[in-house]
Design a protein around this ligand. Structure first.
Ligand code: HEC
Ligand code: HEC
Length: 482
């Protein structure tokens, strides 16, 4: 039996006082009255979870883990004290109070634990995952900018505004077709910046998608997929449009349904689209501002290093308008604006050209040397419309340049081959109230061309002469990040 240790009575009184204080206080004069309210401390709780975060090496990052004071709540109203641990160490990020910030140095997966304490013994923790992506390269650009401006690319005569008589049948006259606004003419420095932006994945919220992900140079700046894949794997609702000669779409509107009034308006929309790039203009400006290489590019294009969405729009629109196709086999028929197709094209291709510009009248909607329409038309795809486009099933058609290398076709990518497209115009045109008059027969019914198989093949062969390999492989339109 252990012996009892006799303690002085003064010590026992002191211990009792401690016990009372430990229950939240309230005792007065060293004795507990029956009416005393025992105050209980409530620990903070997690009220809102923390989503996975993504940062990129060498790009400034900042995240408030308190989410503006909403991550944790404390029913006693205690001020919360935050502590954060990032594991493994070495990310380059640091934590100050509730904020994780810094410029990441090491790519990888990290776990971030956040603890909120109430300063009275209560605390709670939660955590989230953090992905640090490897640094995207800096663009490799020539010491002297590539040539993009009209003054430096030397467009052939049939492409210059005003080229008219003598340009050859179907060559048309591009005067008045150019939708370049006087206040955003293509300059070499502006299009160079536009090219870098076009290929920069930082324009998407998680640095995974650039404009070029869906507009592939080798495919005439379209996508071989029927629907393109956005930043989270979601699919676009329409097929990606080829971009060559978009500059010569006379009414200047953009998208299949013409919903953007100008190229400058159009180019900012994919950035903010919830399927395509999922970002905000403010976020993009912040991200680009953290990259030291952008300052000189904005200065060269616009006179000073200010980065804003208006300048981003202007530069991207300049790059898009600089994608002019004028070096196809079809173009090789022209000398000083005069065409000799018989000499440049095979007999089959020439037969197809004569159909395209003659009996089949394809050129009424895919006209001029740019092979582009002037406005949206209903080309008889459907009797009952699911997508009404610009209204009444009217759609913009991109220029037919590079058409052979950018299947599938139409706004919904419904046709896998050019043969199917030609069959559509031959025998498949559907009636609906807004069917283009040019696709009706004299009696008003949908036009039937009654082409022979050889004629259909000739049309497809002619469309192949519109492939512009020089454009589709030109380094000045290629990815500058590799
Ligand atoms: C996820 C795929 C995707 C991304 C990313 C994307 N686009 Fe597109 N783009 C499309 C699709 C699909 C369309 C047609 C959409 C429609 O008409 O509704 C389109 C249409 C366009 C058009 C209209 C062409 C015309 O003649 O009317 C332009 C110009 C364009 N995109 C440029 C860009 C630029 C610049 C970027 C980057 C800022 C970009 N796109 C990013 C898929 C994409
Ligand atoms: C009345 C105007 C009109 C005529 C005539 C016409 N087209 Fe079209 N074409 C369009 C329109 C509008 C589209 C886009 C329709 C859509 O996607 O909804 C289109 C799309 C196309 C496409 C697919 C373009 C792409 O980027 O996917 C091809 C190829 C094409 N036409 C070839 C021809 C040929 C060949 C002829 C002659 C046999 C012809 N077109 C006659 C208006 C016309």
């Amino acid at each position: 039996m252990p012996s009892l240790i006799k303690l002085p009575s003064s010590f026992l009184t002191f211990a009792a006082a401690l016990l009372i204080a430990g229950c939240g206080g309230g005792g007065t004069g060293g004795s507990v009255s029956p009416n005393t309210v025992q105050l209980v401390n409530h620990s903070p709780v997690v009220a809102k979870t923390l989503a996975t975060q993504t940062a990129t090496v060498a790009s400034a990052f900042s995240f408030d883990t308190s989410q503006g004071g909403t991550t944790f709540t404390d029913s006693d109203g205690d001020a919360l004290i935050y502590s954060i641990s990032i594991t493994p160490s070495g990310s380059g990020l640091t934590a100050t109070a509730a904020v994780v910030s810094g410029t990441p140095t090491t790519a990888g997966s990290y776990s971030v634990a956040v603890t909120a304490a109430d300063g009275r013994g209560g605390s709670v923790s939660t955590s989230f995952s953090m992905t640090v992506l490897p640094q995207q390269g800096v663009p490799i650009l020539p010491a002297t900018a590539f040539s993009y401006s009209d003054a430096t690319i030397n467009l052939p005569a049939q492409f210059r505004a005003g080229a008219g008589p003598g340009a050859g049948p179907g060559a048309g006259n591009l005067a008045g077709a150019d939708n370049t606004p006087t206040d955003n003419v293509v300059s070499n420095a502006g299009a160079t910046l536009g090219r870098v932006l076009f290929y920069d994945k930082r324009l998407s919220v998680n640095d995974t998608v650039s404009c070029a992900s869906c507009h592939v140079q080798a495919n005439g700046f379209s996508d071989t997929r029927r629907f393109s894949v956005g930043f989270q794997g979601g699919l676009t609702t329409r097929h990606s449009m080829g971009l060559a000669n978009a500059r010569y779409y006379q009414n200047g509107r953009f998208f299949w349904d013409e919903r953007a009034a100008t190229a400058e308006v159009q180019v900012l929309q994919p950035i903010q689209n919830s399927t395509e790039m999922g970002s905000t203009l403010a976020q993009v400006v912040t991200k680009l501002s953290a990259q030291s290489f952008y300052g000189p590019l904005f200065t060269a294009a616009f006179g000073d290093a200010t980065i804003n969405s208006d300048r981003i729009a202007r530069a991207l629109a300049q790059f898009v308008r600089s994608i002019v196709s004028y070096r196809s086999k079809y173009d090789s028929a022209f000398v000083n604006g005069v065409a000799n197709f018989g000499a440049a094209l095979t007999a089959q291709e020439e037969q197809g050209r004569q159909l395209f510009e003659g009996a089949a009248r394809c050129d009424t909607c895919h006209g001029t040397v740019a092979h582009i329409a002037d406005s949206a038309k209903n080309n008889g795809l459907d009797a009952v419309l699911t997508d009404t486009g610009a209204g009444g099933g009217r759609f913009k058609s991109p220029s037919l340049r590079n058409i052979a290398v950018r299947a599938p076709y139409m706004h919904d990518g419904r046709f896998a081959t050019l043969d199917q497209v030609v069959q559509h115009y031959d025998s498949g045109v559907q009636d609906s109230p807004n069917l283009a008059p040019g696709l009706r027969a004299a009696d008003g019914s949908p036009r039937r061309l009654n082409l022979t198989a050889a004629q259909r093949q000739a049309l497809v062969a002619f469309l192949g002469t519109l492939t512009d390999t020089a454009l589709n492989t030109d380094p000045k339109f290629a990815d500058p990040f590799r």
